[in-house]
Design a protein around this ligand. Structure first.
Ligand code: PLP
Ligand code: COI
Length: 356
């Protein structure tokens, strides 16, 4: 294996590449992985210099705390290639900041910005050819940290791994998006970890989501744990509703993930002179708006989901269909605006694009 060093980050190149086995025209989401990955160990109270190594399995002690106490957090980002083959990231420092917010809540040591950014850029350079160029595709980036330290004592581990893996990906949803407004289970609670991108938040959603999938829905829309009267967010995205000409999204809280797409959409919508309200949304008002025809659109927003219009929502055994979308729909306008910035097809007046 050939080795080189870039700003202390070592690169161990894979002897062979899997790239020829990948059908870049028909990519699913997050199911094939590039040739390399970033690994950075936390030992003896400090993060060691990250390394880029060939993608492959890890060896962990069975007593590693990740397996027993779920000390794990992650991020979701994308790299985009423009028509001149330049590679772009979208607000990557916000992902770094959020990873450390999650780290703090889960008693995981924070990762320094230079290890995150330099590590990511070095990895992207090595696997640059893995960034898809087909419209709607991108390279999904998954930074994560987990407790590799050992022992059954229920306390924070003394060793961790920060890693980044890359997955060339197409759309997150393959067809229409039907969601079920949840009335029994909860994703998070006041004072809990809902605002963190903690692995356990997702594990806890799988069973209620399976029940919804059995009824023909793709995702659950979570409501507040106390009354189930307020719409919070969906399994992998924040939620926006358009009632008449007002775009509404719930405020973030310690129960809701502070989505980077969500906050970007709010800014773009305001720039488009769309009236935006960030306030609590009741399930009742959404059901009433669906009944009286003032509910024009509902969509999810997230890195993986981009902007995913919802075609139907279910509530108390009734399905409510949303109107067909047009070119003038807010979701179409906002999706075009944000993806044009991400893929370097338009001016970036907010300064969100970051060259990789
Ligand atoms: N909410 C949840 C639960 C998510 O998993 C995600 C995805 O990251 C989002 C919201 C959207 O966040 P972002 O736009 O930062 O990807
Ligand atoms: C993302 O949009 O990046 C996410 O983290 C969602 C994920 C659960 C697929």
């Amino acid at each position: 294996m050939e080795s080189s060093t870039k700003s202390q980050i070592t690169v161990e190149k894979s002897k062979t590449s899997k790239i020829d086995q990948v059908d870049f025209d028909n990519l699913a989401f997050g199911s094939v992985f590039s040739d390399h990955m970033l690994v950075c160990d936390y030992k003896n109270g400090a993060w060691e210099t990250p390394k880029v190594v060939p993608y492959g399995p890890l060896t962990l002690d069975p007593s590693s705390k990740i397996f027993h106490y779920g000390q794990s957090i992650f991020e979701g980002m994308k790299a985009y290639k423009d028509t001149e083959e330049k590679v772009w990231l979208f607000r990557p420092l916000d992902n770094h900041k959020r990873l450390n917010i999650s780290a703090k809540r889960m008693a995981i040591p924070e990762i320094p910005e230079n290890f995150f950014m330099e590590g990511l850029k070095t990895l992207l350079k090595v696997d640059e050819n893995w960034i898809p160029t087909k419209d709607g595709s991108s390279l999904y980036i998954r930074p994560f940290i987990f407790a590799s330290g050992q022992g059954f004592h229920a306390s924070p581990a003394n060793e961790y791994k920060f890693m980044i893996c890359l997955a060339p990906s197409g759309s997150y949803f393959s067809g229409k998006v039907k969601v079920l407004i949840e009335e029994t289970y909860s994703r998070s609670a006041n004072g809990g970890v809902g605002f963190a991108k903690a692995g356990g938040n997702y594990a806890g959603q799988f069973y209620p989501t399976q029940l919804a999938v059995e009824k023909g829905y793709n995702q659950v829309i979570w409501t507040d744990d106390n009354t189930h009267e307020y719409i919070e967010e969906a399994g992998a995205m924040n939620i926006f509703v358009r009632i008449n000409d007002t775009l509404i999204t719930g405020p973030t809280s310690d129960r809701i993930l502070d989505g980077i797409t969500r906050k970007s959409i709010i800014q773009i919508a305001e720039d488009e002179n769309i009236k935006v309200e960030v306030r609590k949304i009741t399930v009742k008002e959404v059901v009433e708006a669906a009944k009286n025809g003032s509910l024009k659109e509902m969509f999810g927003a997230g890195t993986a989901a981009v902007i995913s219009p919802i075609s139907t929502f279910g509530h108390k055994n009734t399905d409510y269909d949303l109107p067909e979308l047009t070119d003038k729909s807010y979701s179409s306008t906002l999706k075009k605006r944000i993806t044009d910035i991400q893929y370097n097809r338009a001016e970036d007046k907010f300064g969100w694009r970051h060259e990789a």
